[in-house]
Design a protein around this ligand. Sequence first.
Ligand code: MD3
Ligand code: FE
Length: 207
Amino acid sequence: MPARSLFEPDEVELGPGAWWLRGFAREQAAALTAELERVVGAAPFRHMMTPGGQVMSAATTSCGALGWVSDRAGYRYSPVDPCSGRAWPAMPDVFAALASRAAERAGHTGFVPDSCLVNRYVAGARMGLHQDRDERDLSAPIVSVSLGATARFLFGSTRRASAARALELSHGDVVVWGGPTRLHFHGVTRVDGDAPERINLTLRRAG
Ligand code: MD3
Ligand code: FE
């Protein structure tokens, strides 16, 4: 990937209420990773099965009052980790505070996430185009934090087939998806080899 031009802005508007905040989380990456280690100690990464019966190539876990789960019965949020039968680990304060600050920067005041889905990608892992619509209040934004390897991320519109725009999401980048883009199709087509893995945190108001 070529280096980015000095003249490209750090903050890019992707739609009304949707902003790509490059490097917004970079200074906090070590603190986020330390907390993530504690989360993963209590709720290890696992590969969920889609309702269609495919094992997801991205490994997932969650923290907060609700966690995202998928199995043959469908996608949903659950207060219980199906692997342990226990509550998900608490949402670390640094996760919630970062998400709230990023949301504010994009014009969404008072964002308090109750769920953080953690996705881990190694070389070859991807996520097909989909919409996020399992959350109760679709007017709340989703805040995504990228750590580790760079990913090629696609986002389209509310119709799956329409032309998609590609972004390269790098270590420390934050994207706030609010407003009309909240229901846009999106996916991850490739993870680069600039780090051994990519971790994505998506902070949500699910319940
Ligand atoms: C655009 N994760 O977990 S984060 C997901 O990189 C998911 O792990 C991807 O899509 C990842 O559902 C993408 C960026 C993202 C998150 C939520 C969105 C983009 C979004 C919701 C609406 C539109
Ligand atoms: Fe998604």
